[in-house]
Design a protein around this ligand. Structure first.
Ligand SMILES: [Zn+2]
Ligand SMILES: [Zn+2]
Length: 292
């Protein structure tokens, strides 16, 4: 059994076949957490989770949804080859009371994804202002998680220094008692260690299946982190529909492809995939309080 701790199976990419994808995933023994990124997708994730055992939801406001922009992910194929990867967002202002209400839903197991993303700054926007708005929404969601007694799902890109500082500030103040996970981790071992010091988990996507870039040697930087990071602090995820692992890279991702992420972890650590499945599933259950 595996748990895909971070997918977006309720997103438009599955508009035509969401129930098939969920059923297929559950039949393969893979459970799922589907992650909200703004108010309407958070609400919709809960509605889908109500209908399935083995599927839970999170509610949150993604930093890229605080500003209006359109982009594609350079970890994916260029948009002319894969139109689905163009992500258009509209701006939402963080409103704590509606997220707190959503967070109290029985199928809600975490607050997020929330966090800091200094990689995708919209053209023409002022960097400091964008980061200020992101930090305010992040703090708002950490407060909601603290009030609701839930862990957090953190999205952080190119901002680990500040992100780790804010987490430490909260844990030092006795907040975020349920802690959380840094999802889709692509930082360094030193950056990972700062989160481990605060009892956070680190989660990996299909990016770990991608070959190293020129000059990286036999292993990519993130593959080296996987090898070093203790299994007891590790989670696996797909971030579907994005970041499809090899051997399906370039196609739409599906939650059950998390098995390829787990296989890669096993290969990098020189252990069995069963051991990876057992440990990461136990970690996910402990962190999110999943009852299976
Ligand atoms: Zn993310
Ligand atoms: Zn995500």
């Amino acid at each position: 059994m595996l748990i895909d701790t971070h997918c977006h199976v309720h997103f438009n990419a599955y508009r035509d076949d969401m129930d098939d994808v969920i059923t297929r995933t559950l039949e393969k023994g893979v459970l799922m957490m589907t992650v909200g990124t703004q108010k309407d997708t958070s609400r919709r994730g809960l509605e889908v989770a109500e209908r399935y055992e083995g599927l839970w939801a999170t509610v949150g406001l993604h930093p890229n949804h605080l500003t209006q922009q359109a982009f594609w992910d350079d970890d994916e194929l260029p948009p002319d080859q894969q139109p689905n990867t163009i992500i258009k967002t509209r701006a939402e202002r963080f409103d704590a009371s509606s997220y707190l209400e959503l967070a109290r839903h029985p199928k809600c197991v975490a607050v997020g994804e929330c966090g800091l993303d200094s990689y995708r700054i919209p053209q023409g926007a002022e960097f400091e202002e964008v980061m200020r708005v992101q930090e305010a929404a992040l703090r708002g969601q950490f407060d909601v998680a603290t009030q609701a007694g839930l862990p957090v799902v953190v999205h952080c890109r190119d901002a680990h220094e500040r992100q780790a500082q804010i987490i430490k500030e909260y844990t030092d103040a006795g907040k975020l008692t349920r802690r959380g996970v840094i999802h889709c981790f692509t930082g360094t071992m030193e950056e990972a260690q700062r989160y481990l010091d605060e009892d956070f988990y680190i989660s990996f996507t299909g990016i770990i299946t991608f070959p190293p870039r020129k000059g990286e040697g036999d292993l990519s930087a993130v593959q080296k982190v996987v090898r070093e990071l203790p299994l007891e602090r590790m989670l696996v995820e797909t971030d579907a529909p994005y970041l499809t692992p090899i051997p399906y890279r370039g196609k739409r991702n599906e939650p059950w492809y998390v098995q390829f992420v787990a296989q890669k972890v096993a290969e990098l650590k020189g252990i069995s995939v069963e051991e990876v499945a057992e440990a990461t599933t136990a970690n996910a259950k402990a962190l999110f309080g999943l009852e299976t």
